[in-house]
Write a protein that binds this ligand. Structure first.
Ligand SMILES: C[S@@+](CC[C@H](N)C(=O)[O-])C[C@H]1O[C@@H](n2cnc3c(N)ncnc32)[C@H](O)[C@@H]1O
Length: 272
């Protein structure tokens, strides 16, 4: 929720070409949001990629963050995005070419990265773990590919932090519960630090940002998707749904709507 589209749009099994345009539009909307921009800035500052270093972005989407890392490591370094979705990979390639970036993109999976052991200086991995039922293994993969002293920025949403206000609390709880069920690993954000520690990495810093919607605008595609699902599952009545929609509309008209979800980030390093 928050400034995001439904997470189901990003599931790795959701890869046919007809989804690509919707995925790209959603990722671009999120990239423009203040919360994502601030957390990304924090992540890049923490990683502090240097000229000549080797950088990897796991689940690189449209390639925005590996382009940023490519600029930092310069042409003396190496910057590769691993992205299983061919449509996103092609868009990322095109955008990198248009921007004159040396970033490259390859297919691959977070659970089996196409990279040798201890080959990478800096890893970026943003909003991928929420899609992975076996995210512990992805943390182990990150530890495997990092060289001793190498750093990772691991960022993800925790869907249990979704807030929707106003509305009848029990109706709101059903809708925010629906947001939880849209991701394979909806509590990804709170697990990141423990997963990196369990993989043997040292934690350097922790960060977070709430992604807050425009208080004057209801994000109807998301709210309707959750509302209709709740009615179809007989968790709320049509009347409760309609009252919620009216409450949200009225709140937005007076600039008092609150919709948010919180993202968390961890900067960690592999011991020397
Ligand atoms: C919400 S998008 C985030 C994209 C990008 N990291 C960003 O923050 O803009 C989730 C990304 O994870 C990728 N993804 C899903 N399953 C994956 C997996 N098993 N291994 C690697 N990437 C995966 C998707 O294709 C998509 O690019």
């Amino acid at each position: 929720m928050g400034e995001s589209r439904p997470t189901s749009a990003f599931h790795s099994d959701n890869m046919d070409a007809s989804h690509t345009d919707r995925l790209i539009e959603a990722l671009d909307t999120q990239a423009a949001s203040a919360g994502v921009r601030r957390l990304r800035d924090w992540g890049h500052q923490g990683l502090a990629a240097q000229p000549g270093e080797r950088a990897l972005d796991i689940g690189s989407g449209t390639g925005s963050e590996i382009r940023a890392l490519a600029a930092a490591v310069t042409s003396s370094g190496y910057a590769v995005g691993v992205e299983p979705n061919p449509g996103l990979r092609e868009t990322a390639r095109q955008r990198a070419a248009d921007a004159g970036s040396v970033a490259r993109f390859v297919g691959g999976d977070a659970l089996a990265l196409p990279v040798d052991d201890a080959d990478i200086d800096v890893v970026w991995c943003e909003r991928v773990f929420q899609h992975l039922a076996e995210s512990d293994r992805a943390a182990e993969e990150i530890a495997r590919v990092l060289r001793p002293g190498g750093r990772v920025a691991l960022l993800d949403t925790d869907w249990a932090t979704t807030i929707l206000y106003p509305g009848e609390p029990e109706v709101v709880a059903v809708l925010t519960g629906g947001a939880l069920s849209a991701a394979a690993n909806p509590h990804a954000g709170r697990k990141l630090v423990g997963q990196l520690a369990a993989a043997g990495l040292e934690i350097d810093d922790l960060g977070s940002q709430a992604l807050i919607q425009d208080p004057g605008k209801v994000t109807w595609p998301l709210v309707r998707m959750l509302g209709e699902k709740a009615v179809q599952s007989a968790l709320i009545t049509e009347q409760q749904r309609d009252r919620l929609y009216a409450d949200l509309t009225a709140a937005a008209e007076r600039g008092g709507l609150h919709m948010s979800v919180t993202m968390f980030g961890v900067i960690a390093r592999k011991p020397r």
